[in-house]
Structure formats: structure tokens, C-alpha cells
Design a protein around this ligand. Structure first.
Ligand SMILES: [Zn+2]
Length: 138
């Protein structure tokens, strides 16, 4: 699983302290008092996913809400034209997505990705998850 074989041991408490108990996705406060499966419970997110070659090391992880982490759903935000073009190359190989991928510019892809990964969107999604969670618990 690990691309370079490096293994570091760290805990959610350690990463939480380092990150000031702020969620790396929605920028909201994270409280250890919330426990899984509460969407507000703390979790560790891999910034570059393991699947994409990221490592399970301190420099590649951040504190997030479990719900925000789940929302991110293994998609790495696109920051550069190069990243967008490499994602487009993947889409072009999928027949059903080919026409869609051909119609997008790298700039469109980056703009959509950044809108998808905005703190505002994560906050709204988390609020909905919390609402559902509270309703189901009653
Ligand atoms: Zn969050």
C-alpha cells in the first residue's frame, strides 16, 4: 500500500494538537468529545491519497472532521494545469466520459475542483450530515 515503504506512528491527538484542532477541509473547530460515527468526530485525512501515491506520514496528513473526510471521497483537488491534464487523460480513457472530458479546458477543471473543495461547501455538507445524524439518534 505504501508507495515508499515509510511508516510513521501518529495519533489523532498528536495531529489535532499540531493542526490547532481545526478541520483542514471546512476550517471549523474539531472537538475530541464527538465520537465516531458522529460526523463531527476527529479523523485523519491523507492530503495526497494513498491510492495516488501519497504516504502515511505526518507531512501528508491533516486533521479533519470524519464527515468532511468522507465527503472528500478520495478526490485530490486540482491545483495546476498539469494535474488537470493528467486527470483529463484518465477521463478520456473512459468511453462514457470521453466527450465530456474533451469539452473541458484545464482551467474549467481547476475551477470546478476548487469550488468542490471550498471550505464553504464542506461546511454546508457537514451541517447536513450532522442534522441527519442527530435525527437518526433520536
Ligand atoms: Zn470539517
Amino acid at each position: 500500500m505504501r508507495s515508499n515503504g515509510s511508516i510513521e506512528r501518529f495519533t489523532v491527538e498528536e495531529i489535532g494538537e499540531r493542526d490547532g484542532w481545526v478541520c483542514g477541509l471546512c476550517q471549523g473547530p474539531v472537538d475530541l468529545a464527538h465520537q465516531h460515527p458522529d460526523p463531527r468526530s476527529p479523523s485523519i485525512d491523507h492530503i495526497r491519497t494513498i491510492a495516488a501515491g501519497g504516504t502515511d506520514t505526518r507531512d501528508n496528513v491533516r486533521l479533519t472532521h470524519w464527515g468532511c473526510n468522507h465527503e472528500r471521497n478520495d478526490s485530490t483537488p486540482l491545483g495546476t494545469v498539469e494535474e488537470a491534464e493528467s486527470q483529463r487523460a484518465v477521463l478520456l480513457r473512459i468511453p462514457a466520459l470521453r466527450a465530456y472530458a474533451e469539452g473541458l479546458t484545464a482551467e474549467d477543471m481547476i475551477r470546478r475542483s476548487q469550488a468542490f473543495h471550498s471550505p464553504e461547501r464542506y461546511r454546508a455538507k457537514l451541517a447536513r450530515r450532522v442534522e441527519r445524524y442527530e435525527r437518526e439518534r433520536r
